[in-house]
Design a protein around this ligand. Structure first.
Ligand code: DGY
Length: 330
């Protein structure tokens, strides 16, 4: 009987994917809640045919060297893959899988929840009540901007950005978007979205939602001068990657009333330091990178990551690969 492929799974993932991996492979699963420390990760991948990684694991030349020349696939349990040096994998002929599509609507749901919660001061109101500060109905208590009828600026108009635009339709909003590539006219028409440059979007939006990949070009895309160009009541929502926003500049902008509020699913670094000054601001809402965390979606992500891993160790094309130019290992 041929030997089963050796794989490392860097965290316990839903059984929708894990069961198939364990059945087909000689699998080691990292059982801790926290990611494997770097030295443990490097040890664990030695001699593996496949690795299933999370966005908390850095996949680079060092790791690929330690894994060894037999490595056939890296399957990332996320749609984002900024934790993976894809070029290094491609150079070695290693396909990299990700999990696009299945988390689009769930992520857009959370972006929308954050937008609404930050605008209508939901977390702040909850803290207010729990602190015993609710003494009467207040005519000016915890006022915020209207969401319906406002202008939403979407930065990054891929699958998730477009799903957020669809939600805005139900709120009668004007939708502006910016991307490096303009969407098809049919998509613009269906979503009632107008393509503008980033400066115009920032200057005219009541709400700005970020949906770009993290790259050298998008790191600190939202910096002090861009924040200064926004409306003083604007709400910014980030469900993309933390470093897309210059977090120090964001703190200063929120503290000084340069913009109205922020809601972050992602921070820089993650987790955000418990002493980070942002957490002392009432107009900043932070949740722990949970945009895709519905039970159904995490199950689908697990199934997709498993399908990529298993295809890779078998030398078959991955169902969803970020470097499709690498067809199969050997
Ligand atoms: C992703 O998939 O890239 C998210 O950030 C986590 O689901």
């Amino acid at each position: 009987m041929p030997e089963r492929p050796r794989v490392f799974v860097s965290r316990r993932i839903p059984s929708d994917g894990l069961d198939a991996i364990v059945e087909a492979c000689n699998a080691r699963v990292w059982e801790d809640e926290l990611p494997p420390p770097r030295d443990e990760l490097l040890r664990a991948v030695e001699g593996c045919d496949g690795i299933l990684t999370l966005l908390t694991d850095r996949v680079d030349d060092e790791l690929l060297d330690r894994a060894g020349a037999q490595l056939k696939v890296v399957s990332n349990f996320a749609v984002g893959f900024d934790n993976v040096d894809v070029a290094a994998c491609t150079r070695r002929g290693i396909p990299v899988g990700n999990t696009p599509g299945v988390l689009t609507e769930t992520t857009a749901d959370l972006a929308w929840a954050l937008l609404m919660a930050a605008a209508r001061r939901v977390a702040e109101g909850d803290r207010f009540v729990r602190a015993g500060r609710w003494r009467t109905w207040g005519p000016m208590l915890l006022m915020g901007p209207d969401i319906h009828g406002g202008t939403l600026g979407i930065v990054g108009f891929g699958r998730i950005g477009q799903a957020v635009a669809r939600r805005a339709q139900g709120f009668g909003m004007t939708v502006l978007y910016y991307d490096t590539r303009r969407a098809d006219a049919a998509i613009e028409a269906a979503l009632g979205a107008r393509f503008v440059d980033l400066d115009e979007l920032l200057a005219h939006s009541d709400f700005v939602s970020l949906h770009v990949n993290l790259t050298d070009e998008t790191r600190h895309l939202v910096n002090a001068s861009r924040l200064a160009s926004m409306r003083s009541t604007a709400v910014i929502v980030n469900t993309s990657r933390g470093p897309v926003v210059d977090q120090r500049a964001l703190f200063e902008a929120l503290r000084d009333g340069v913009i109205g509020a922020a809601a972050l699913d992602v921070t820089d670094p993650e987790p955000i330091d418990a002493d980070d000054p942002l957490l002392g601001l009432d107009n900043c809402l932070v949740v722990p990178h949970i945009a895709s965390a519905s039970r159904a979606t995490r199950g689908k992500m697990a199934a997709m990551a498993a399908a990529n891993l298993l295809a890779g160790v078998r030398g078959e094309p991955l169902p969803t690969s970020v470097n499709p130019e690498v067809r199969e290992r050997r």
